[in-house]
Design a protein around this ligand. Structure first.
Ligand code: G4P
Length: 532
């Protein structure tokens, strides 16, 4: 195997998704700990103390102690080179959260064992489902009282529409949490609660056939329950099938407790084996093999002003094929220009490490002098590829923007357009009203504050935001066949357009969306504004 092939094949690039507080940050921290990337758990994020999140770049994040943007972490484990794409943990997440999922090859879904599937898990899962990427489930917080195992699995299957295959089963929970039963080799791994924050947990492995030892360790009641669960799983649950996992149709489920480190290493080891190597991406309808092609990448995120002193802008790229050599020129396909990528870097906490090389599967940040847009392709100068763009995700909150000082129209238009170009917000206009009335749509409401803050601080423009009641936006898929003026919707429906003049519809509730489709039989709507 060539060095290139070896480097690419040992890469695993995944996103961690969860509802806030399920334990995503704690689990990430433990991964890094096992990978030797950090020495002490707690250095990634602490909410209660003054410690700040890895991605605390913007002042607004620092003020609130939450993470608005996503970041990327890389570590080595057991011969693998692992890239974790962290997604904001706060419920005011943004479109960036969704876009980050476009750069990953698999996802780890963290679920709180006492809460089950929650709202944000559902939303993020939907985007992963759209791409059909493998999803690995870690049911966390077993050291606290948990919902019944079968109910949890049932909920994942019914609510998310994916089959489950437990790799291990928990034995008790909360004060009675004894450990897990590993189905593959019929053993029990016991739990020790004593070593928070260190990786050396004191676990013992017991052969399940040694009934006396098992009973002595877990007691009759938990034994009976476990017997029941095992029997049920062996007869009812789907058998493990790697093909189905990789097609996103079956999710392997692991139980554990990130806080106390229990089950984290079992999860990491198994999931790295099951997860795919960097997947081919589609360009012009054709999959581009990551190994046999030269360097190519696409931009999935643009982050402005990460360092206030420099007022810089970084474009984040996912490398899709080949080897990136920082000394070589590359082609920016959309700009039709050859160039050197400036200051290619990897981000780790507040650190930026300048890179000289990277491989397919890796994520790099490069200095952006204002030329890149989300979805752009960059590739070796001799290549001809253009990756399929990134869908525009439906904003769920809308506001009308009013300028306080109308004299500053130019700065306002420049600022709001630049911020929209970075993809933090989407801007719309009322149909045929010119640029006067701007409507801003965001995926998470915090983006409204980010917009206001950035316009004030970077463009010296004050704005007032008037919230609008709409929550559902739909792009018109067959816009060329439909006479938008004649559409008959519900009374709450509002017709707007994006800056390219594409018509869109806004609704207050989902019922109105259905009603409008009923009344206009030919109308086709989409919640993803795909590269319009
Ligand atoms: P998030 O990134 O998904 O939002 O969750 P995060 O890891 O920040 O965890 C949320 C809270 O849940 C934290 O407590 C964390 O310590 C706790 N937690 C995470 N995993 C486990 C687990 O396996 N068992 C138990 N019992 N708790 C867990 P916090 O008090 O909100 O924050 P902190 O002060 O501990 O940082």
């Amino acid at each position: 195997m060539s060095n290139l092939e070896n480097e690419i094949n040992r890469r695993r690039t995944f996103a961690i998704i969860s509802h806030p507080d399920a334990g995503k940050t704690t689990l990430t921290e433990k991964f890094l700990l096992y990978g030797g990337a950090i020495n002490l758990a707690g250095s990634v994020k602490g909410k209660a103390t003054a410690r700040h999140a890895v991605s605390d770049w913007m002042e607004i994040e620092k003020e609130r102690g939450i993470s608005v943007t996503s970041s990327v972490l890389q570590f080595e484990y057991d011969g693998y080179c692992v890239n974790i794409l962290d997604t904001p943990g706060h419920q005011d997440f943004s479109e960036d959260t969704y876009r980050t999922l476009m750069a990953a090859d698999s996802a780890v879904m963290v679920i709180d064992a006492s809460k089950g599937v929650e709202a944000q898990t559902r939303k993020l899962f939907k985007v992963c489902g759209m791409r059909g990427i493998p999803i690995f489930t870690f049911i966390n917080k077993l050291d606290r009282d948990a919902n019944d195992t079968l109910d949890l699995l049932d909920e994942i299957e019914n609510e998310l529409g994916i089959r489950t295959c437990p790799v291990n089963l928990p034995i008790g929970s909360g004060k009675n949490f004894k450990g897990v039963y590993v189905r593959e080799n019929k053993t029990i791994v016991t739990f020790s609660d004593t070593l928070k924050g260190t990786k050396e947990g004191e676990t013992t492995v017991i052969d399940y056939n040694d009934k006396d030892k098992v009973l002595e360790t877990i007691g009759q009641d938990l034994y009976d329950k476990l017997e029941e669960d095992i029997e049920f799983m062996d007869t009812v649950s789907e058998t493990f099938d790697l093909e189905k996992v990789r097609a996103g149709k079956l999710t392997p489920v692991f139980f554990g407790s990130a806080l106390t480190n229990f089950g984290v290493e079992i999860f990491l080891e198994n999931f790295l084996k099951m997860a795919t190597t960097p997947l081919p991406r589609i360009a012009d309808g054709e999959p581009i093999d990551p190994v046999s092609n030269d360097f190519s990448a696409f931009v999935f995120k643009i982050q402005a002003n990460m360092n206030k002193a420099h007022r810089d802008r970084l474009a984040f790229m996912r490398i899709c094929s080949g080897h990136f050599d920082a000394t070589k020129e590359v082609k920016h396909v959309q700009g039709n220009k050859n160039m050197r990528l400036l200051q290619p870097q990897q981000l780790m906490a507040d650190d930026r490490k300048i890179l000289t090389e990277a491989y397919a599967g890796d994520i790099i940040g490069v200095f952006d002098p204002g030329i890149f847009s989300i979805g752009d392709t960059v590739c070796a100068t001799n290549m001809k590829v253009q990756y399929a763009g990134i869908p525009t995700f439906a904003p769920e909150h809308f506001a009308r923007v009013r300028q306080v000082d109308t004299m500053k129209r130019k700065q306002f238009v420049k600022g709001i357009n630049q911020i929209a170009q970075e993809g933090a917000i989407q801007i719309f206009q009322e149909i045929a009203s010119g640029m006067e009335e701007i409507i801003v749509g965001v995926v998470g409401v915090l983006q409204f504050e980010v917009l206001k803050y950035r316009l004030e601080n970077e463009y010296n423009v004050d704005i007032r935001l008037e919230p609008l009641p709409y929550e559902y936006i739909r792009w018109i898929v067959n816009k060329d066949e439909i006479d938008v003026a004649k559409l008959t919707g519900t009374s709450d429906m509002k017709k707007i357009q994006d800056l390219k003049g594409n018509p869109l519809l806004l609704f207050v509730n989902e019922w109105s969306v259905g009603m409008t489709l009923d009344r206009n039989k030919d109308l086709k709507l989409s919640e993803f504004g795909n590269m319009l």
